[in-house]
Structure formats: C-alpha cells, structure tokens
Design a protein around this ligand. Structure first.
Ligand code: KG4
Ligand code: ZN
Length: 336
C-alpha cells in the first residue's frame, strides 16, 4: 500500500510518500521563512496563501522523488489538527480533493501525535508506553503515551512555547527569524552562567512551563528596568552572555520537567520531537539526564524533528484499525 501525506499546519508546506511497512520513499518540505522574516513571526494569512501556491508543486515533487505517479497512491493522509486554521484548511482541502478525485480513502492525523510517532520511525521498534515531549514554536507539552494513537496531556505551558520564547528573545538580540538557530549560534560564544535567569516552577511538583518571567528578565538585563530599548548598542559580549544564559534556563526547565514526568509516570522511555530538538545544548542535556537516570531516549533525526509530512506515517496505524475520515473532514485549530 502506498500512502501520500500532506502537512500544512504552520509555515511549512510538506508532502511525503511512504509504504505500509513504514519505509519513507520521499519527504519534501518547503519553508516560508523569507515571507515571515520581516514580521518576526508567522503571519497566518500569508502562511495560508503560500500553502495554496506551494501545495501542488510540493505534492508533484514528493511523487517524483518516490518514483511513483498519483494513480499509484492507495491512501491519502493529512494533518488536520492542531495548527493555524487557514493553513490547515489548505492541506485538508487538497487531501480531500485528491482522495475524492482518485477515488481513494483519506486518513486524518493529529500533528502532535505525529511528532511523537517520528521517534517510533527513528527507533524502528515499539516505543510505548513512553513520556512524549513536543517542543516547538507552538508547543511545550508533555504526554503520557500508551500507544501510537493514545496520548494524554500531562504538562503544558501557561504562556509561550519554548520555541516562541527563543524567537522573541532572538528579536531582542537583533537576530533573524526563526530565532532559535541564530540564538543557539550566538550562545556558543557566551557564558551560560553569566546571568542567573529565572527557571519557572523548576522546584515545584507540577508539570507546567512558563517563559514570560524569563523573557522579562532578559529584557531587563539588556535594557534596564525602565526602558524597552537601549539608546546605546549592546556590546557583542553581553548579547552572547544573555543568549547563552537564556538558553541554559530554557534547557534546564525542559529537561527537569521531562525527568519529573518520567518519575511520575513510572515509564522508562522518553520520546522527544519538535523544532527546538534541533538545539544541541538541549539534546545533550536530555541525553545526560537519561543516561544518569537509566531512561531510554529517542530524538528523531532533524528531517523528522521539524515540521514534515513523513511523520504522518502515523496514518499507517489508523489504517490498520480501519479509521478513515469522511468527506466532511474539517481543519481543527485546537486539540480534539
Ligand atoms: O516544529 P517546528 O519546525 O515548527 C512548529 O513550531 O510547529 O519548530 C519551530 C521552532 C521555532 O520556534 C524555532 O525557533 C525553533 O523551533 N528552533 C530552535 C532551533 N531550531 C529551531 N530553537 C532553539 N534552537 C534551535 N537550534
Ligand atoms: Zn510541529
């Protein structure tokens, strides 16, 4: 059986072809970074319009790279939740139209569950039960996962997602968008202990994140308490120290809450996904924690960490259970 999956939940237009045994034949991703850069964040309407332009070329490329044609596809799949509603709607409409015109079934997949499933793909074996962690521009969440399609939210953020905090601090530091990779690069030249930034809830027995206090502390360290911008350019050494100390605070909190979730669940496996997983300091800290505590850790390779359609291979599990979507499938911005 050949599957074609579509992803348009945020600002990446993606399509992938995979087989029922999980082998990925193609995984095409088009980024829209240059369109959103000058707004220092994703603009939903611009994202939706770009998906409309990019979708058919991306689907064609995915077919071509897999060495198949549209008529070879047996099942269509699409991430229909959660995400930006206009962006999701583009992918859902395309997938529904392809399925209807080809007379083939359609499967709807949850984007966040797919991020965890990417770990199963990388491990190439069963990873359940596990604690699932998704850390991206839209999410900082912990899940109790008992099988590929059953996950319960056990921890989330009160305000910003970790990736969002990286992007906002990057703007303060005069870096581009998305800010995560640029901030990580700057942090390499700084001292992570230069500033003792707050680590919200780190000593509290609850699985919750908050990055707003940290953002304020960074702002004050750069510009003082009574101003939001400084008349003088900030020295490079200060920017580097702030970046390194900010990154250290975020990583400390993420890793400590992952450990807390593992202890609470009694599970010994941790599966982590989402764009922030690209951060090397974060990956190394997760590895060190899991080694010290005797946990198994899965982090997918980069192409499966950031938004992509190959991770929608989770559709294979739904196909095995006979869970198909109807013609009335809708885009759901929230969580079902
Ligand atoms: O999962 P993703 O590609 O898209 C969604 O948000 O769904 O994640 C993008 C986020 C952005 O906020 C970006 O700044 C962050 O991941 N990110 C990073 C790094 N690379 C990407 N954050 C920290 N360090 C990085 N190296
Ligand atoms: Zn994502």
């Amino acid at each position: 059986m050949l599957f074609l999956a579509i992803e348009t939940s945020c600002d990446e237009t993606a399509a992938a072809v995979f087989r029922e045994d999980g082998e990925v034949l193609s995984n095409v991703v088009t980024s829209q970074n240059e369109l959103h850069e000058r707004f220092t964040g994703v603009v939903p309407e611009i994202a939706a319009r770009a998906h409309l332009r990019n979708l058919l070329p991306v689907v064609s490329q995915a077919l071509e790279k897999a060495g198949v044609i549209l008529a070879d596809i047996d099942i269509f799949a699409v991430h229909n939740q959660p995400g930006l509603v206009g962006a999701l709607l583009m992918g859902v409409t395309a997938a529904k139209t392809l399925a209807l015109t080809c007379g083939k079934p359609l499967i709807a997949v949850n984007h966040i569950a797919s991020h965890i499933y990417a770990c199963r793909m990388a491990a190439n074996r069963d990873i359940w039960p596990c604690v699932g962690m998704v850390v991206s521009g839209g999410h900082s969440s912990l899940f109790d996962c008992t099988d590929p399609l059953t996950m319960r939210l056990v921890g989330a953020t009160r305000d910003d997602a970790a990736g969002e905090a990286f992007d906002k601090i990057a703007v303060l530091l005069g870096l581009g968008f998305p800010g995560g990779p640029a901030l990580e690069k700057l942090a390499r030249t700084g001292d992570p202990k230069a500033y003792a930034f707050p680590r919200a809830f780190i000593h509290e027995d609850r699985l919750e994140f908050s990055f707003s206090g940290l953002k304020t502390a960074v702002l004050y360290s750069l510009h003082g308490k009574n101003r939001t911008s400084s008349p003088d350019p900030i020295p490079d050494s200060v920017r580097a120290n702030v970046a390194a100390s900010f990154q250290a605070a975020v990583v400390d909190v993420l890793v400590s809450k992952a450990r807390q979730a593992l202890r609470q669940s009694g599970y010994t496996r941790l599966a982590v996904g989402g764009g922030v997983t690209a951060n090397e300091t974060f990956r190394r800290a997760l590895e060190a924690m899991c080694r010290a505590e005797g946990y198994e850790l899965w982090i997918p390779p980069m192409a499966l960490c950031t938004d992509n359609a190959a991770m929608a291979a989770l559709a294979i599990e739904k196909w095995k259970r006979g869970e198909f979507a109807g013609d009335d499938l809708d885009a759901l911005p929230g969580w079902e």
